[in-house]
Design a protein around this ligand. Structure first.
Ligand SMILES: O=C(O)C(=O)C[C@]1(C(=O)O)C=C[C@@H](O)C=C1
Length: 304
């Protein structure tokens, strides 16, 4: 199997990919942008892609979600949650730094540090932290905000360690492939999907949330993203606890299929929050769903 991932060598994405079981026996091709990674998967140039999707400090990595919301369908089959710490890498001491670069999501996580220590530095964007480190090493910028291992990879000295505003920051990365059946349920899974609703129908979003709530499915994330049709036109990106194979999830998805303009299934896959407890389904048990299905089958067969 060959992966494409957000490179170059030295990114957090590369570090997270090394933690993905499916990558243990795969080759990995670094690519310069999230779009290129997902486009390579869509074109069949590689078997799988690995990209960041959410950060505990800044929320959604919008380019990833926007690429999953639109375009040819892709599905998520795995995730890795990686703690992230940032350094300021530069040949110059902090007092002499006038330009600094990094990926927008990284810059947002060191906002307070930059305001405090580099208030007059000009901030530049890069496609990844490791790309910023390489461009700083090449002399294009004075400094880069990047992982410690990216500074080491390009031979840049570290002028400051642990510059992130939140010492507990973590980023979630996803393993995406062209549409395929989901991995087997583990009992600790996430199902991701996008719903497109009829904006002009009052309560349309409540109807979506109700399809989960009445079946005891816990929503762990909801993110509205513009569809590009015009101001106020949004798709809703949802993460919820459970697996496509669960009766309750299947019923909820059929309900969404009936009431939404469109539903895009983005995958059921094992959670990597192995330390976090799995909230039990609210109210209804799996046995309740099995009993109701058997009861309906009896009614259809015998009328009683
Ligand atoms: O640029 C990198 O090193 C990446 O892996 C991307 C990315 C991100 O976009 O979230 C990953 C983790 C950090 O939050 C900062 C940047």
């Amino acid at each position: 199997m060959e992966f494409a991932y957000l490179g170059p060598r030295g990114t957090f994405t590369e570090a997270a990919l090394r933690r993905l079981p499916a990558a243990k026996t795969a080759t990995a091709a670094p690519m310069s942008s999230i779009f290129e990674v997902l486009d390579a998967v869509r074109r069949g140039e590689v078997d799988a892609g690995f990209v960041p999707i959410e950060n505990s400090q800044e929320g959604t990595v919008t380019i990833t979600v926007d690429e999953l919301v639109g375009g040819d369908p892709l599905v998520i089959v795995g995730e890795v949650v990686l703690p992230v710490t940032f350094v300021l890498a530069s040949e110059k001491p902090v007092a002499e730094i006038t330009t600094v670069a990094s990926m927008p999501v990284a810059l947002a996580q060191v906002r307070k540090y930059l305001r405090r220590e580099l208030p007059n530095a000009v901030v530049h964007q890069a496609l990844s932290t490791a790309q910023a480190a390489q461009r700083a090493a090449d002399g294009e910028f004075d400094a880069a905000v990047c992982p410690p291992f990216a500074a080491e990879a390009v031979g840049l000295p570290v002028q400051a360690f642990d510059i992130g505003d939140n010492p507990n920051a973590a980023t979630r990365f996803v393993h995406v492939v062209r549409p395929t059946a989901p991995p087997e349920p583990t009992g600790n899974d996430i199902t991701s999907l996008v719903v497109y609703i009829d904006y002009d129908r009052v309560g349309a979003l409540l109807g979506v949330l109700t399809e989960f709530a009445i079946r005891g499915i816990n929503l762990t994330r909801i993110e509205s993203r513009p569809t590009g049709e015009g101001l106020g036109r949004y798709a809703f990106f949802l993460d919820c606890t459970g697996h496509l194979a669960d009766a309750r999830m299947g019923e909820a998805l059929m309900g969404l299929r009936r009431i939404c303009d469109d539903v895009r299934y983005l995958g059921s896959y094992p959670r990597d929050h192995s330390d976090a407890p799995v909230p039990p389904p609210a109210g209804l048990s799996d046995a309740d769903f099995a009993d109701a299905a058997a009861w309906l089958d009896r009614l259809r067969g015998t009328g009683a």
